[in-house]
Every structure is written in structure tokens, then in C-alpha cells.
Design a protein around this ligand. Structure first.
Ligand code: NAD
Ligand code: 0WE
Length: 255
């Protein structure tokens, strides 16, 4: 019950395969209380259905991160309904579909802007807006991917966005260190989720990962959730600005 008495706000859940949902379930399993975000009306019913299995029933709220006003509104609702929080989880990424299909060099100005705004700036904005309702000793987490450091064909502008996200983790860790708030990233291996399905060749990626990773398998959603619990808990009190791989060791291989 390492998270007993801790309240964690998690953005955003799309469906039961969302990494955000795996994190919510792990947080609850280790005694924490969750607040769940979803992007828009489209996901509301699904998320309301999912949280029925959790007790106590969590606060559920809409949060599209493309405007600071929406993020501020979400913060006000949380402060009013539950008070201060101990952790914030950012599990959000988006790039226009065509940018993940055509060669990286073809990325247009608008697709680049959208990918970086939704996948990176939103993390900076959420950290800034939420920081005054995060208790000292609190922890902020985001989700990144190996395509930030090595070329993964088709990951394209998302790879550039994840590099900027990991750098943002370090700068935010520096800024928030004096408030005793830690900032870290988790970098999972490929997981079948809404954001990964429909990527052509995704099934082959899962197989390659099984063959090449030291543990000779894919990772499970729960393993990401449990790593998030560690980073949200006082067990990790000396860790900030870090990216932790949950990838069965895939990233350490040179051949
Ligand atoms: P997912 O589709 O379940 O989650 C992505 C979430 O981002 C969704 O809830 C979606 O509604 C939300 N979102 C997109 N645009 C938004 C906006 N404008 N405002 C608010 N919310 C918005 O997929 P996932 O795989 O769980 O992705 C979560 C995170 O994990 C992402 O950052 C992704 O890059 C990262 N990640 C995924 C994998 C993988 O293989 N699935 C691997 C490593 C990292
Ligand atoms: O971060 C991601 C996926 C993020 C993502 C997915 C989509 C699909 C639908 C961002 N934007 C969009 N836009 C859409 O229109 N992952 C780590 C999963 C992923 O995506 C890949 C991967 C992997 C792994 C894309 C190409 C190659 C590998």
C-alpha cells in the first residue's frame, strides 16, 4: 500500500488498452486514489464505464490539452472537488496521421507544430499549471519512446517530439526541484494501444522486440503501471529528470 493517502491525476484515458488506464489500475492496486482525464466527448462514455470497476469512484474530467484555458479549468475542478494532489501523469501524444506515413523530410509546418504542441508543450503547460496544487514530495511523470534517440522508421516527427519531451523532463526537474517536486519519464517498449494500432508493421515490431530484447518477450501494460507506481511513490525519492526504460532491455542492444 505504498501509495496509501496519495491522490494522483492521470491524463488521458481513451480505452482499456490506454497506458494511462494501466497506470490508474496500478495506482489503485497500491492504495492510491486516482483522478482520470479524457480528451473529449468521444471518450466520455467509455471512460465512465471503465471507472465503474474502481472504488472509491474517481473524479473523471475532460481535458483537451490544446488550450491552456482547458488545462486551467481541469485544475480548478480538481482543486474544488478533491483539493491538492500528490502526482500528475501525462500520457498524451498526437501527430497528424500523414506525418507517420510519409518520409520525415516531407513533414509540413502544421504537422510539426501540432505534434510538438500536443505531445510536448502540453507537458510543460500542465506542469506549470498544476504545480501549485501538487504537495511537496510530489511526482510528475510523462510517457516517451525509444524513437527519441534512434531512428524508428515511420515514427518521424513523433521521434523529434519525444526528444524534446525528454529534454523538457530535465528542465522541468531543475525548475521544480526547489519545490521538492520530481519529474521523470517512462519509456515503454511497443504496446498494443489505440495510438499504436493501425501503425503499419506494428505486429512485426512486436515480434522483432520479442526476438531481440534480452528478456525475449514483449512488455505488459501492468509493468508500465507498476513502474509508474515506483516513480510516484517515495521509493524513488532520489530520482528526478530521468527516463526509465520498461522495454525488456531492448534499448541496451547494439546488435
Ligand atoms: P492512447 O491512444 O490510449 O493514449 C493517448 C491519449 O492521448 C488518448 O487518451 C488521447 O485521447 C490523448 N490525446 C491525444 N490528443 C490529445 C489532445 N489534444 N488533448 C488531450 N488528450 C489528447 O495510446 P497510448 O499508447 O496509451 O499512449 C500514451 C502515451 O504513451 C503516449 O505519450 C505515447 O507516445 C506513449 N507511448 C506509447 C507506446 C506504445 O507502444 N503504445 C510506447 C511508448 C510510449
Ligand atoms: O507514441 C506512439 C504513438 C503516438 C501516435 C500515434 C498516432 C496514431 C494515430 C501519435 N499520433 C498518432 N496519430 C494518429 O493519427 N507510440 C510509441 C506507438 C508507436 O507509433 C509508431 C510506432 C510506435 C511504437 C509509429 C511508427 C512506428 C512505430
Amino acid at each position: 500500500m505504498i501509495l496509501k493517502g496519495k491522490r494522483i491525476a492521470i491524463f488521458n484515458v481513451a480505452n482499456k488498452k490506454s497506458i494511462a488506464w494501466a497506470i490508474a489500475q496500478s495506482v489503485v492496486r497500491y492504495g492510491g486514489e486516482v483522478i482520470i482525464g479524457y480528451q473529449n466527448e468521444r471518450f466520455k462514455e467509455n471512460v465512465e464505464e471503465l471507472v465503474k470497476d474502481l472504488s472509491p469512484k474517481p473524479l473523471v474530467l475532460e481535458c483537451d490539452v490544446s488550450s491552456d484555458e482547458r488545462i486551467e479549468e481541469a485544475k480548478r475542478i480538481i482543486e474544488r472537488e478533491t483539493g491538492k494532489i500528490d502526482g500528475l501523469v501525462h500520457s498524451i501524444a498526437f501527430a497528424p496521421t500523414e506525418a507517420l506515413k510519409s518520409p520525415f523530410i516531407e513533414t509540413n509546418r502544421e504537422a510539426f507544430r501540432i505534434a510538438l504542441e500536443v505531445s510536448v508543450y502540453s507537458f510543460v503547460a500542465m506542469s506549470r499549471i498544476f504545480k501549485d496544487i501538487i504537495n511537496p514530495g510530489g511526482s510528475i511523470i510523462t510517457l516517451t519512446y525509444y524513437g527519441s534517440e534512434k531512428v524508428i522508421p515511420n515514427y518521424n516527427v513523433m521521434g523529434v517530439a519525444k526528444s524534446a519531451l525528454e529534454s523538457s523532463v530535465r528542465y522541468l526537474a531543475y525548475d521544480l526541484g526547489k519545490d521538492n517536486i520530481r519529474v521523470n519519464a517512462i519509456s515503454p517498449g511497443p504496446l498494443s494501444t489505440l495510438a499504436a494500432r493501425g501503425i503499419s508493421g506494428f505486429v512485426d515490431m512486436l515480434q522483432l522486440h520479442r526476438e531481440r530484447s534480452p528478456l525475449k518477450r514483449n512488455i505488459e501494460h501492468r509493468e508500465v503501471g507498476d513502474t509508474a507506481v515506483f516513480l510516484l511513490s517515495s521509493l524513488s525519492s532520489g530520482i528526478t529528470g530521468e527516463t526509465i526504460y520498461v522495454d525488456a532491455g531492448y534499448n541496451i542492444m547494439g546488435m
